[in-house]
Design a protein around this ligand. Structure first.
Ligand SMILES: [Zn+2]
Length: 251
């Protein structure tokens, strides 16, 4: 189908989403001021914050990265396959870029479409140049982890006797919010979940204050160890059920 013609067709509905055009290879053409967002429904106002994904060779356009993520997460939680191709606009050039090549700046300082506070860049150096203060730079996995829909909250307590519970079982694909809390600790304890180093060091204060961390269980395995960093003691194990697939993201 001719893309220019497809973009002017009346809105079609498939699984509740509006299709902007069919896949003829490469990123879709999004017509600002005409195409509607497949999530919130509004007319897409800015080319440099738009996004799109492809399912079964049909393109769906979004006004913003946040709206695309909303639909992506609805599909994930419904157990549907992820979209075939995902694209985000570069904030400076408006070019649509594959998700694995985008660096996102999370900002409350810059005005963004739908106030999601997410801007995409094809060049990580340009993303870093816009970032200020404690604003975060994240990749696609990081964006899904921080802004996706949490499936499960896991509460674990660390005492001088060990971690409770010390075996945690998850399903591959789940987005988990961990809440770590110390009880009767004399000093703060630093933990690391080996195999999921992207969670970073988990510093559990002796004061009992909870610490939260999000984790997207993208890699299955029988025993990811939760290690105490100063002693290398294994305090717990995380088991993630699911089949290994070629798309797994390396730690
Ligand atoms: Zn939208």
């Amino acid at each position: 189908m001719n893309l220019a013609v497809a973009a002017k067709l009346p809105v079609l509905f498939l699984s509740g989403l509006s299709v902007v055009s069919c896949d003829v290879g490469g990123p879709p053409e999004i017509v600002v001021g005409m195409d509607g967002c497949a999530s919130c429904g509004m007319v897409i106002p800015e080319s440099n914050q738009a996004a799109a994904f492809t399912i079964d060779r049909e393109h769906y356009a979004f006004c913003s990265s946040g709206c695309l993520l909303e639909e992506y997460e609805l599909r994930r939680q419904a157990g549907e396959l992820p979209p075939d191709d995902v694209y985000f606009a570069d904030y400076e050039s408006s070019a649509l870029i594959r998700e694995q090549e985008v660096t996102f700046v999370l900002t409350e300082r810059v005005s963004t479409v739908m106030n999601w506070g997410i801007l995409g860049f094809g060049d990580p150096v340009r993303a870093a140049a816009l970032r200020q203060g404690d604003e975060l730079l994240v990749d696609w996995l990081g964006l899904r982890t921080l802004r996706g829909k949490v499936d499960r909250t896991l509460e674990v307590v660390l005492t001088s006797a060990g971690l409770q519970p010390d075996l945690l079982e998850l399903e591959k694909g789940q987005l988990v919010e961990w809440v770590f809390r110390g009880s009767d600790l004399e000093v703060e304890v630093r933990l690391l979940l080996r195999g999921y180093e992207e969670m970073g060091q988990i510093v559990i204060p002796a004061t009992g204050e909870p610490v939260t961390r999000r984790m997207l269980a993208v890699r299955p395995g029988d025993g990811f160890p939760l290690v105490r960093l100063d002693t290398e003691e294994v305090l717990g194990q995380v088991r993630i059920r699911g089949a290994h697939t070629a798309d797994e993201v390396a730690p």
